[in-house]
Design a protein around this ligand. Sequence first.
Ligand code: SAH
Ligand code: SF4
Length: 363
Amino acid sequence: MIASILHKSSLSHADIVQLLEANEEDTKVLFAHAAKVKEQYIGKKVYLRGLIEFSNICGKDCYYCGIRKSNQKPKRFNLSDEAILSAARFAYEHNYASLALQSGELQSPAFTKRVEELLYKIQDLSQGTLGVTLSCGEQSRDTYQRWKQAGASRYLLRIEASDQSLYQKLHPNNALHSFSQRIESLHLLKELGYQTGTGVMIGLPFQTTAHLANDLLFMQQLDIDMCGMGPYILHEDTPLFQYASTLLPLQKRLELSLKMVAILRILMKDINIAATTALQAISPTARERAVAIGANVLMPNITPGSYRDDYHLYQNKPKSAAIATQDTEHPQTAFFGNAEIGFGKCGDSPHFFRKHNSSDKIK
Ligand code: SAH
Ligand code: SF4
């Protein structure tokens, strides 16, 4: 019986596999339980991060990703500082309270310096109030440290697949795509005091529910503060496209992704979990469903419109504008699904502050 699993104080690998494979009726019980856990530990809120995809120039060649270096098709772009800062100002003025800056992965002194300078300017334009998440891949300790110093407090680096042999099937076998380096980077981020986020893609070729159960246990063991995970979506100009016929149907990938969110909420009750954009690529209401059963972070895309189409990680990537602009008269009446949008609240990870037993107040 699923109820007996849900009331255990800790979940084993076998328990999690059983939850991931639950039938429709049991899944309803799982989702209802996860919704209750969310309400108890996080409340019914959802927090915003205005997402700026500032460059699709990438030095890596991940087999799943549409903007990988070897793909000649995408028009490469790099937003000007002014465009990035104007998007940041939009987020600030519309009370999003947080930003996420994401890009392809480049490791160079010039890139480090550019992001550093942007971070200082973002702090200036918001009087130090905007929470900033970075998602710019693997970097040196020095680079992570400088970016933290310049105002980034959170970092999202997905492990993509926590099983080394699966990871290696998804990436070229070279030093730039080393599994142990990725793990090392996650430890570095934690050590440097970032609210550290990771995540995986769900429904990858070669991936089983046993892998996914281990992914969740990996996140628990690493004691992450935030998670962004979502369905794997094909991109025709990538090496993984050849496995298209082996994939779960999209609806099944969506259901599995929602189960992953619900189970993670039960395992890690007070972390931040994003309802990711890839969910929306499958169904327009998938993010609302994720929020109802455990997610508490939304990342509306505020990249200037003309560039949004070029940040093409996967097919059907939504190009929609920001989901919400604040009605300053009645900010408390804005809802996303059944969740109240935390306008003006930067929505730090409660888990991070609890863990560090910090006297810092959660903003
Ligand atoms: N370059 C950085 C951040 C940009 S990519 C990095 O790799 O960390 C952001 C995320 O997009 C990746 O972590 C990956 O999980 C996701 N992604 C890439 N291709 C995808 C695909 N085909 N389907 C779903 N998610 C994908
Ligand atoms: Fe580059 Fe990130 Fe895509 Fe890999 S997933 S190719 S690092 S943008």
